[in-house]
Design a protein around this ligand. Structure first.
Ligand SMILES: [Zn+2]
Length: 306
């Protein structure tokens, strides 16, 4: 039996509508569905009367439930060959028609589960259309609704998880739990890493706030684990409005030594400029607020940060 360690069995195979085994096929894809209901607990009971099933379901708060053993074939894609070669994931909606919205917590849990599955089956980099599909790619259906537009986000987050926080969006990059690209100590290499990855970055980890000051009319943080040397408030200060203060989320006091993190909307994006000759490693510049000015980071620190 194979069930993700992220999932809790719920109504596990308590319905008839799945097929034992995979008929000799191996798993090479993940199919994304939405439940078209806000009633998370109604699944999988509904599959007693409906000719359908899926391996996993994700709730509004990100809880992951397992309904069918991955070693068995769930009936979810509307395409028998796709069923035999895939794992199906249902996602609970937070409201009904016409928008059938999906909570961000559900998307994030989905990325974790997708990362886990991709890792265990050696699917490599998660790429929509290659190994991650919306239900609607296999049959005429409105499923997965809003999630059809979120497959790239799920893939990006899953790849970031499997790359240890740093994602190089290249189809040739191997899935690995270690750094996806060999890095030397030269700035050119770290900058090349970003360039080879389409100038994209993911930085989701927590950081220590060394110091916060009102500078140039805005509150800014000095964060040594990211900043290029020598530190300068104009070039390297990070506006606190880009950050969450995890040590004081209500007060946002940004005390010295506080644990901080980029707000979710700033955890991924595009490197806007490179300065290969700054410091030992070169610098990468990001204009987080488009037009508000570039913040410069040490290329190695930024690349290696989770
Ligand atoms: Zn579906």
């Amino acid at each position: 039996m194979t069930v993700s360690g992220l999932a809790t069995p719920y109504g596990f195979q308590s319905f008839p509508n799945y097929t034992a085994g995979r008929q000799g096929n191996s798993i090479n894809k993940i199919v994304i569905h939405h439940m078209a209901t806000t009633d998370y607990d109604s699944v999988p009971g509904i599959w007693n009367s409906r000719q359908a099933s899926a391996h996993y379901g994700i709730g509004k708060n990100g809880e992951i439930r397992a309904y069918v053993d991955e070693d068995n074939t769930a009936w979810h894609a509307g395409d028998w060959n796709a069923n035999l070669t895939s794992i199906g994931i249902e996602h609970c909606n937070i409201n009904g028609a016409p928008t059938y919205d999906i909570a961000q917590a559900t998307v994030e849990a989905s990325a974790k589960l997708v990362a886990d599955i991709a890792n265990r089956y050696g699917l490599g980099l998660v790429v929509p259309g290659k190994n991650l599909f919306p239900h609607s790619d296999f049959t005429s259906t409105a499923c997965p609704g809003q999630l059809r537009g979120k497959l790239q986000e799920i893939a990006d987050r899953a790849n970031a998880i499997n790359a240890g926080g740093n994602y190089v969006p290249s189809q040739s990059a191997p899935t690995s739990t270690s750094q996806p690209t060999a890095s030397s100590s030269t700035g050119k290499t770290y900058i090349d890493n970003f360039k080879n990855g389409g100038d994209r970055f993911v930085l989701q980890g927590t950081m220590v706030n060394n110091h916060t000051e009102l500078q140039n009319g805005i509150y800014q943080s000095e964060i040594d684990e990211l900043t290029a040397d020598p530190f300068d408030w104009t070039d390297n200060g990070i506006p606190t409005k880009l950050l969450d203060d995890l040590s004081d989320p209500a007060g946002r006091s940004f005390n010295d030594g506080a644990t901080v993190r980029f707000k979710a909307e700033y955890q991924r994006g595009t490197i806007d400029k490179y300065l290969p000759n700054v410091g030992d490693n070169g610098a990468v510049g990001i204009d987080f607020l488009d037009g508000n000015g570039i913040i410069w980071f040490d290329a190695k620190k930024f690349w290696e940060h989770a």
